[in-house]
Design a protein around this ligand. Structure first.
Ligand code: ZN
Length: 252
């Protein structure tokens, strides 16, 4: 089966539309690792699309905060402002759906899905030592996680954990749809992050997602351009903090 895995849409409808167009007819199922809402200006459109297309959705910290105002005290002022705005603008149906999402980890086929880390839904997996702890405490050969908005992940092979990213430093970024393939080694274990659809922070502004080809034993990491100017205009029109619009152009 070809499986679309995506995360951190953050109510960015223009980015979500670009991903949907790019994967049209290419995957049998799609899975979402959370943070459907928060930051962006289209929480209901984003929620409606994810509800209609993804049979498995993990909750993110922003989904929890926007639906229930839970955990908002840990947010920076910009994120807290966006969570309050989203809370006030969600339809009752979408708020109820977000509240009912699973904390994860959830199994799907022979891999595992989480928002932050297999050990803590709110942990940011950044360092190889953190990944080593998660590998040691679990058995799945492949975990998918989100939350950091960084496309890439960690490989455990020959008793060594290595971190890697699909965005090389100082790379000249293209504005076209591009993908990188990762053949999965049968003797290795993986923690993989599809990156963020709606608010990338790895220096590449394009919407990020991944496709797992189970038969081929391979993952494709994709980046697609989207209409950043319209997403920014919607954020400003909604009265959300301008910083949330500015950062989309930089992917930071
Ligand atoms: Zn997020």
């Amino acid at each position: 089966m070809r499986v679309l895995i995506y995360s951190d849409v953050h109510a960015n409808w223009q980015a979500l539309e670009a991903m949907a167009a790019a994967v049209e007819g290419r995957c049998e199922v799609s899975l979402c690792l959370g943070d459907v809402v928060g930051y962006g200006a289209n929480p209901n459109q984003a929620s409606d699309w994810v509800r209609a297309h993804s049979p498995v959705v993990i909750r993110g910290n922003h989904d929890r905060a926007c639906a229930l105002l839970d955990g908002i005290q840990w947010f920076n002022p910009v994120a807290a402002t966006a969570a309050r705005w989203t809370h006030a603008n969600l339809t009752p149906e979408n708020a109820a759906w977000l509240q009912a999402l699973s904390a994860g980890p959830l199994p799907f086929h022979d891999f595992s899905l989480v928002h932050g880390s297999p050990l803590d839904e709110d942990e940011y997996l950044i360092e190889p030592a953190q990944a080593a702890g998660a590998f040691a405490a679990t058995t799945a050969a492949l975990h998918w996680f989100g939350h950091t908005h960084l496309q890439g992940g960690f490989t455990l092979a020959d008793d060594q954990v290595s971190a890697w990213t699909t965005v090389p430093p100082d790379a000249a970024l293209s504005a076209r749809h591009e993908s990188v393939a990762l053949p999965l080694r049968p003797d290795a274990r993986y923690l993989l992050n599809p990156g963020s659809v709606g608010q990338p922070r790895d220096g590449d502004w394009r919407a990020a997602f991944a496709i797992l080809d189970e038969q081929a034993g391979q993952v494709e990491f994709h980046r697609v351009p989207y209409d950043v100017a319209t997403a920014q205009a919607r954020i400003l029109e909604a009265g959300l903090p301008p910083r949330l619009a500015e950062r989309l152009a930089k992917g930071k």
